[in-house]
Design a protein around this ligand. Structure first.
Ligand code: HEM
Length: 178
């Protein structure tokens, strides 16, 4: 399996890095556009029910667009993590560290993996809660929908934007290694 991943990476290195960066651009750029442009625009709608319906639908469209790229991001990330052979540059077959600097880089790859996991869990919860907000709206429960959507825009999307900016910075650090 490892050999297959290394070979696939060697043959399609440019495409894999391109898809990784493209996925990040769509995921992160999408969240920033929704939070700092669409959100402000929707605040101008005075009817609360209509405003919440638009907000919920906008989030639905965003989540539909980003989910496939979340998957592409992790596939390309695994291919790069294995393909660049960070582990074998950091330690030998017995797990003994042979290069301290490469070991710190290898750990940095793990930080990126943790960031991806947290971002994806956060996105899954947002997707689930947005569905709940939709149901609440259909049942005329405006207050519940407002609380759910407010939580998503005030905290959950900004958390993912912050994490992704950190992930991008780490990506630049990792690129600098070779
Ligand atoms: C599963 C975890 C991840 C791993 C193992 C990983 C690994 C990497 C590696 C090895 C590079 C360097 C590519 C090169 O040498 O050209 C990179 C670059 C990059 N990563 Fe990730 N990544 C992960 C998650 C993410 C996430 C969650 C984002 C943002 C949402 C992201 C955004 C980027 C970007 C924008 C670059 C390009 C940086 C540059 O070219 O200077 N990555 N990533």
């Amino acid at each position: 399996m490892k050999d297959f991943l290394i070979e696939t990476f060697a043959h399609h290195r440019l495409l894999i890095v391109f898809l990784h960066v493209l996925s990040a651009v769509i995921w992160v750029g999408g969240m920033i556009a929704i939070r700092f442009a669409a959100h402000q625009s929707m605040q101008l709608i005075t009817d609360p029910k209509l405003r919440l319906e638009r907000a919920s639908y906008t989030l639905k469209r965003l989540f539909m667009i980003v989910w496939p790229f979340v998957i592409v991001l992790i596939i390309t990330a695994v291919l790069m993590a294995v393909g660049f052979q960070f582990r074998s540059a950091a330690m030998d077959a017995n797990g003994t560290v042979i290069n301290d600097y490469m070991m710190s880089i290898y750990n940095t790859v793990h930080i990126k993996e943790a960031i991806w996991i947290i971002m994806t869990l956060n996105l899954a919860v947002m997707t689930f809660r947005r569905n709940k907000a939709d149901i609440a709206l259909r049942n005329g429960n405006i207050e519940e929908a407002k609380n759910i959507l407010g939580m998503i825009s005030k905290y959950m999307v900004p958390v993912n934007i912050t994490l992704s900016v950190i992930a991008i910075f780490i990506g630049v650090v990792l690129r600098d290694v070779h």
